[in-house]
Design a protein around this ligand. Structure first.
Ligand code: ZN
Length: 198
């Protein structure tokens, strides 16, 4: 493989559980076979998907200013954009903060279930390919940072409160980050490849 930091070409051997491989030139972490990676992906993907569903079910943010109160749900924040004549923006936001993360987590649950059972379920290779392809398009954490930035601005105009869905979305983002960063992609591919060769 090629080192992401310094472009050195390195032959990385298969790693035992707990082993890590670093670039000999720049010490960049190339690969890691972390313990219980599949179990972690499976548990955090299920929890993350649950939190994502919860985050669409309850009030997300509450505003009160000059005696008037209003709460919005996550879905309302998207439909408001449609009613403001910004349907393409609404579609992009819905796809990048709900649809793609949801599909990613379902795919991760599917692949980790197959690998835990030590056999390929129908379409495991295709699902893994899609999961890895969708990963960079999930904007959940960017959305969360965006909310916090606008919170700082809005708080001077109105009292803002975070609803239950907001906290569910925060927990979903944490789970999503663990699922994205914990497993080693190379190890996943090796595992799938060795199963499909059997
Ligand atoms: Zn390097």
């Amino acid at each position: 493989m090629v080192c992401h930091e310094c472009d050195l070409l390195i032959g990385v051997p298969g790693l035992d559980v707990g082993q890590k491989a670093y670039c000999p030139r720049c010490n960049f972490l190339l690969a890691a076979n972390r313990p219980h990676a599949l179990k972690m992906v499976f548990v955090f993907a299920i929890c993350g998907f649950g939190f994502l569903l919860l985050s669409t079910a309850f009030p997300f943010l509450g505003f009160s200013a000059s005696g008037q109160e209003r709460t919005v749900t996550l879905m309302q924040s998207i439909t408001i954009l449609v009613s403001e004549d910004l349907p393409s923006l609404a579609a992009i936001i819905f796809i990048s903060i709900v649809l793609i993360p949801g599909a990613f987590l379902l795919g991760a649950i599917y692949v980790s279930t197959a690998l835990k059972m030590n056999r390929l379920l129908p379409g495991t290779v295709t699902v893994l390919r899609w999961v890895l392809m969708l990963m960079p398009w999930s904007m959940a954490e960017i959305f969360l940072i965006g909310i916090l930035v606008s919170f700082v601005k809005i708080v001077t105009l109105a009292d803002v409160s975070f609803g239950m869905s907001f906290w569910a979305y925060v927990l979903f983002t944490v789970c999503m980050t663990v699922v994205m960063l914990y497993p080693d992609k190379r190890q996943l591919w090796n595992r799938v490849r060795s199963l499909s060769d059997e």
